[in-house]
Design a protein around this ligand. Structure first.
Ligand code: ATP
Length: 292
């Protein structure tokens, strides 16, 4: 038996634009993605028997093949022609589910990376990303991590310099958002404000965290906020507590604010905790960049 563990990091979107819809139903996007410190712990053990076993701790997510981590193990075996000698996967779930933080995609990415290591298949990042794309558009990004410009359906990735150090408060209200439902709504919505992705990439390259904060923009925000007013309310609280900028991540409902000073970030956490007692909150610093 061989065993290994990996951190599976969540992501936030510094920008998110939906630029088109393909005939197969997929959407073209243009977004700046950022891995964050918040992570699940994924442990894989191979040579355990004859089938795939998954257990998820800290969440009532199903542990069958509706779980993206399970499907990642199945896909790894079929893509590599590896006979299954028994795979046991344990996920310690810390990332909120259906939150716009790529929780499922990052678990799947970690499983692919771990199995490549444990079975000595040496597929390397590029091939793992190709396999990961079959599981979901965010999986290739989660395999590599860090700060990236994502285009196509999210799989055309360009690495960007690390974002400048800033304090981030992440806040997820206790509601679940269905990403497909938001995409359906955005198809018929008038997009009033789009991100300036080029300017965001330039601000990141210049290490200018004020400009990064000014340029935060997510075209999905008005759509999700129309269904869940908590989104605008939380972003408003983040700004009134001194955030340089605050937006929703992905299809939501998680929101984040960027703060210059750690004490402001902490005060925002305290205010949000008092206003929204059921809310999931975390406070971290982008200095800890996450890359594989
Ligand atoms: P994205 O930002 O990539 O759209 P998300 O953060 O909005 O993702 P997830 O947490 O990945 O959403 O959950 C989306 C759906 O995937 C949920 O309905 C959930 O039941 C399902 N799912 C399957 N496997 C997992 C997993 N390992 N972790 C979280 N969700 C999973």
């Amino acid at each position: 038996m061989k065993q290994a563990t990996a951190e599976a990091h969540a992501k936030i979107n510094l920008t998110l634009d939906v630029t088109g819809k393909r005939s197969n139903g997929y959407h073209d996007v243009c977004m700046v993605m950022q891995s964050i410190g918040l992570h699940d712990m994924v442990t894989a053990c191979v040579g355990t028997g004859s089938c795939i076993r998954l257990s998820v701790e800290g969440s009532d997510l199903p542990a069958d093949n509706s779980n993206l981590a399970y499907r990642a193990a199945e896909l790894f075996l079929s893509e590599t022609g590896t006979p299954c000698d028994g795979i046991s996967i344990v996920i310690e779930k810390n990332i909120p589910v259906a939150a716009g933080l790529a929780g499922g995609s990052t678990d799947a990415a970690a499983v692919l990376v771990l199995l490549d290591e444990l079975y000595d298949t040496h597929l390397g990042e590029k091939k793992l990303m190709e396999i990961g794309l079959k599981l979901g558009a965010d999986v290739p990004f989660c395999i590599s991590g860090g700060t990236m410009l994502a285009e196509g359906i999210g799989e055309v990735l360009t690495r960007l310099p690390d974002v400048p150090q800033t304090h981030v408060v992440l806040c997820k209200p206790p509601i679940a958002v269905s990403t497909p439902a938001i995409y359906r709504a955005i198809d018929s919505a008038e997009i009033a404000e789009r991100p300036d992705t080029q300017a965001m990439c330039a601000a990141i390259a210049a290490g200018d965290c004020f400009r990064v904060a000014q340029l935060l923009c997510n075209v999905m925000q008005p759509v999700t906020a129309g269904m869940h007013p908590e989104v605008e309310a939380i972003c408003g609280t983040l700004r009134s507590c001194g955030a340089m900028g605050a937006i929703m991540s992905g299809s939501g409902p998680s929101n984040f604010g960027l703060f210059e000073k750690p004490e402001e970030a902490q005060a925002a956490c305290d205010t949000l905790a008092a206003q929204y007692p059921e809310t999931y909150l975390t406070n971290f610093c982008t200095a800890a960049q996450v890359k594989r």
